[in-house]
Design a protein around this ligand. Sequence first.
Ligand code: UDP
Ligand code: MG
Length: 317
Amino acid sequence: MKDEKTLYIVVPCYKEEAVLPETSRRLGEKMRALMAAGKISDKSRVMFVNDGSKDRTWEIIAGLHEQDKLFSGVNLSRNRGHQNALLAGLMTAVNYADMIISMDADLQDDVNAVDAMVDAYHAGYDVVYGVRSARKTDTFFKRFTAEGFYKLMQALGVDIVFNHADYRLMSRRAVEGLSQFKEVNLFLRGIVPQIGYPWTTVEYERAERFAGESKYPLKKMLSFAFDGITSFSIKPIRLILAVGMVIFVASIIALVWALISKLMGSAQAGWTSLMASIWMIGGIQLLSLGVIGEYIGKVYNEAKARPRYIIERVLND
Ligand code: UDP
Ligand code: MG
């Protein structure tokens, strides 16, 4: 097939020395099979992005590149988190690739779904979302919280693909579209649907982590979810406004009631109700301030517009 298209698979890696040998073996096999089938050009690459790991991750990546030009590497100047590392990889790969697939390093994303994604690209789709068909290997807690999160996002009016994480294919023009989104608070799975262009989904089964442990403990997961919501929805602020109005109306009614009972001479020392309302209103005020503060913090970060990543070195031929 002439006029073959070049595929880059971008893999962010944070302390992944335990999985990289196996990941690179499987991805190498997959790439060679696709090349042999004439679906991708032989300029295609697997691009590992080292997100400031303190272990041997970068040495392994550099070694892979040394042995086999199929593997390339990007080294970030320090740890910037999954989303930023992924963005760094996408923005580097877009200089060479016609289509880019992003994938986790731990082989939880089924490598075999790559074929269907590449086929969808050739069929004219610009974005192909990998969607988990089952969460058999997830714990009940993870499944419950993750699926609840997608539902909550949708209820808050955020355009997001259900059960899609960051395993997806994007065409070059889709990644170029992404490069026009300058936000610092990155929540890629919320941004990508906003780029537009024809899209489709490919189902895959999410496997267990091949080795090593999750780099997303509950605390990071919650802050990621909260970021996702506050970066894409202002409904929480509206909710605060609504709660405030309800309380305002309620307090006027209470005032009238207090005045009437005073006039009728039946005013008791209403210590209980007084304390209760002070605490409740105080609590709601603090909560509301917190939510508003979160948005102001976001504005602050965006206003500074600091670089989202700094690349120390690129290994690519
Ligand atoms: N990752 C990263 N930087 C970080 C944390 C994670 O590049 O600060 C990468 C990690 O190496 C992996 C992907 O992001 O390729 C997803 O992380 P992980 O598998 O630990 O998350 P989980 O699947 O448990 O949600
Ligand atoms: Mg994982």
